[in-house]
Design a protein around this ligand. Structure first.
Ligand SMILES: [Zn+2]
Ligand SMILES: [Zn+2]
Length: 194
């Protein structure tokens, strides 16, 4: 078992996902508009999004993840009142990841926060599929748009979430206090501002 190193662009925030192996989380591409709008908050959106407007995400159980350094540089925004908590490193404007809250135990790490100086494919395995492919932009292939084996992928995601919930893998959670309050108050960014 290996550790997956996490780091923002400038190194002001670092962290780790412990004991990873291929299949321990869900490595996927999300084409939903909110993930895309989150990426567009940052100057380097082109580095975050793929050519069809998708964001590569690695979903893991929160208890596996730790912030080692730079907690004070972590900021949070929401694109709507009921939207996900979207975390980023304010030191260099690097997206970190998405969470819902303590009752849905997962962190969707954005690839930009996964340190590139390690063999990511070897540590966590390949991308297993895509979600919200109907919202892909540009000229995606029919195969991508159709969301190949989407049902099976959703089942895989749901099964992991359920297991993490049952086994209490939601805590400790690097982004929430035990009472469920986020470590920093999110700012609400209206979609119109994007
Ligand atoms: Zn999304
Ligand atoms: Zn930084």
């Amino acid at each position: 078992m290996e550790d997956l190193k996490l780091k923002c662009n400038c190194g002001g925030v670092t962290g780790v996902v412990s004991n990873v192996k291929p299949g321990c989380g869900n490595r996927l591409v999300c084409y939903c508009e909110d993930c895309r709008n989150f990426a567009k908050q940052f100057d380097k959106a082109d580095n975050i999004l793929n050519e069809f407007g998708g964001t590569e995400i690695f979903q893991i159980d929160p208890s596996r993840m730790k912030i080692n350094h730079g907690l004070e540089n972590i900021s949070c925004l929401k694109l709507s009142d009921k939207g996900l908590y979207r975390w980023y490193a304010s030191c260099c404007q690097t997206p970190i990841g998405n969470t819902v809250g303590l009752n849905l135990p997962f962190v969707g790490l954005v690839h930009s926060f996964i340190a590139s100086d390690q063999n990511i494919d070897l540590k966590i395995g390949p991308i297993i599929g895509s979600v919200y492919t109907e919202h892909a932009t540009g000229n995606p292939s029919d195969e991508l748009k159709a969301g190949k084996s989407k049902a099976r992928l959703l089942l895989t995601i749901m099964r992991k979430l359920l297991i993490w919930k049952i086994f209490g893998k939601g805590s400790p959670n690097p982004f929430f206090h035990e009472d469920g309050k986020p470590i920093v108050e999110p700012s609400l960014v209206s979609r119109n501002e994007i």
